[in-house]
Design a protein around this ligand. Structure first.
Ligand SMILES: C[S@@+](CC[C@H](N)C(=O)[O-])C[C@H]1O[C@@H](n2cnc3c(N)ncnc32)[C@H](O)[C@@H]1O
Length: 239
């Protein structure tokens, strides 16, 4: 696997670069997210949350929570306690403002998916939206999440994948290669973040390859559901 990082000229590790990049785009992140996905991400998120709700979680962890949208949507699972962790203080700061209105039900804190600060078997469900692609060490992140998940608990991962059918494949490739980086430079005022996005999707082990990663980390009864002709996929695994 080639190593795709946000800043090609930087000698810093991927984790540090990812943290720096999300700190830099945090103020524009929510707008860019919904603008570039034309709002379709909201439908994908809802489907992923419905899957997490299947175990009726009491305590739920949102890894790579960013500005907290997925954690907020996770209220739909009925969970009594939702914790969101992220390595980017900038993203968390935006999220803190949003979760204030949920009366302490959602807590956001700084945390690294590859070294989680929680006890073994302490969550009924763990969710990650558009996060795993950014991990420096994917296996380490998946194994750490497995450790803090309780037996029979569920991990639900929402991530971009690559559509394979004509003409979606061709349109998507053009949109991701040319339109997304251009919008990123104009609207988010960032030179590389929205070039890193398609590059990291290109490199990411999707579909069967990701299910293999899940199995290697210990998850069982793994599933993969492509959405919107495969533009994104929902993966799940149980402990
Ligand atoms: C594309 S954003 C997704 C944010 C949010 N989950 C959403 O759906 O909008 C990716 C997030 O992953 C976070 N991230 C990347 N590597 C991480 C790690 N090792 N531990 C925790 N968060 C990480 C980044 O800081 C960033 O906020």
């Amino acid at each position: 696997m080639t190593r795709v990082t946000p800043f090609k000229d930087s000698s810093a590790g991927k984790k540090q670069q990812v943290e720096q990049m999300f700190d830099q785009i945090s103020a524009r992140y929510d707008f860019m997210n919904h603008f570039l996905s034309l709002g379709i991400d909201k439908i994908w998120r809802k489907k992923a949350i419905a899957l997490a709700a299947s175990v009726k979680p009491g305590r739920l962890l949102d890894v790579a929570t960013g500005t907290g949208d997925f954690a907020i949507q996770a209220l739909e699972t009925g969970a009594k306690e939702i914790i969101g962790v992220d390595i980017s203080e900038g993203m968390l700061k935006v999220g803190e403002e949003k979760v204030k209105r949920y009366e302490g039900k959602i807590k956001l804190m700084r945390g690294d998916s590859e070294n989680l600060q929680f006890a073994d078997n302490s969550f009924d469900a763990i969710i990650v939206a558009f996060g795993v692609r950014n991990f420096e060490n994917l296996q380490k992140g998946l194994t750490e999440m497995y450790r803090v998940l309780r037996p029979s608990g569920i991990l639900v991962v929402l991530e971009f994948s690559k559509p394979r059918v004509f003409p979606v494949k061709q349109f998507y490739r053009f949109y991701f290669r040319y339109i997304v980086p251009l919008c990123g430079r104009w609207l988010a005022n960032h030179q590389t973040a929205y070039t890193y996005l398609p590059d990291s999707v290109q490199e990411f082990p999707e579909g069967e390859a990701f299910l293999t990663e899940l199995s290697q980390a210990g998850y069982i009864t793994t599933t993969c559901k492509p959405l919107s002709f495969g533009i994104s996929s929902i993966y799940s695994g149980k402990k």
